[in-house]
Design a protein around this ligand. Sequence first.
Ligand SMILES: Nc1nc2c(ncn2[C@@H]2O[C@H](COP(=O)(O)OP(=O)(O)OP(=O)(O)O)[C@@H](O)[C@H]2O)c(=O)[nH]1
Ligand SMILES: [Mg+2]
Length: 299
Amino acid sequence: MTDQINWFPGHMRKALNDLSDRLKLIDVIIEVCDSRIPQASRNPELAKISAGKPRIIALNKSDLSDPDQNRLWVYMLRKMGTPAVEIDSVHRKGLDKIRRIAEEMCGEKLKKAREKGRIGRPIRAIVVGIPNSGKSTLMNSLCNRKVAITGDTPGVTRHFQWGRTEYGMELMDMAGVLWPNLGSAKNRLCLALTGAIRSEVTDTVSVATAGLSLIHSLYPEMISTRYGISFENGIYDQRECYEPFLSAARMKGCILSGGRIDEERFARLFIDDFRSGRIGRISLEHATCTQNRREENEA
Ligand SMILES: Nc1nc2c(ncn2[C@@H]2O[C@H](COP(=O)(O)OP(=O)(O)OP(=O)(O)O)[C@@H](O)[C@H]2O)c(=O)[nH]1
Ligand SMILES: [Mg+2]
């Protein structure tokens, strides 16, 4: 995956700049993360800008991630002090919990508003997160109608937009935003695999090769069942997993005339298999591993 190309276009910088002003109107932040990558999908710039505001972490796309990991991540995030819920915005699962937590968080503020005569003052929430994490889908599901355009590609929403839920919460959707430095190579891989970075700015074969190895290290049976390959665990360096990548491509019939492997075609097929859940329910970041690493660093 190339480090040279810009994944932080102007509209993201503008959205981040405008966010501070918008936050003055907001009671609670709903941070929509991708449950397959609960850490890599948390934008540190958003955290900085919105520090101090009540926040709910919504681990979205939970229908695609590992259910055991979802439970662990919710537990860990709550333990670290932020209410978290696992949700599936397409099938409207877990959304009531968001409402309940928001009401709890804003109870005191609304009480004060009532005492000042502002009866029926709605809770105002903003939906923030990285591109393609499902912010607009969540907004539509909470509003029970199509307020915002959605699409399976990053960068669909470009502007701030208000909607209203059936129970009167006011919601603001915004553009998905990345940050200038996307962190470690694994972070970037996670963002590319899940579709937070536009495919035009990544090298599809590199992403798929490293992704195949990463997923194999976490869910070896799923990879060997679907692609008939098996290789050393724990590697997600593209150079180390090129041969298994070629074997998997051969197994799936991605062969050009003359017998050469059609790497590009298999890379797209593999990424699509992952994103659609055909390989299985996969979490690319495991709560236990992350926790252990953090404890090691702190020791
Ligand atoms: N499987 C699954 N797909 C989801 C879920 N939520 C959203 N999606 C899909 O993810 C894709 C992106 O959804 P959007 O709501 O447009 O994402 P967004 O965060 O608003 O994206 P930007 O506006 O580009 O930042 C769409 O294809 C949605 O159908 C979910 O909970 N599960
Ligand atoms: Mg959107």
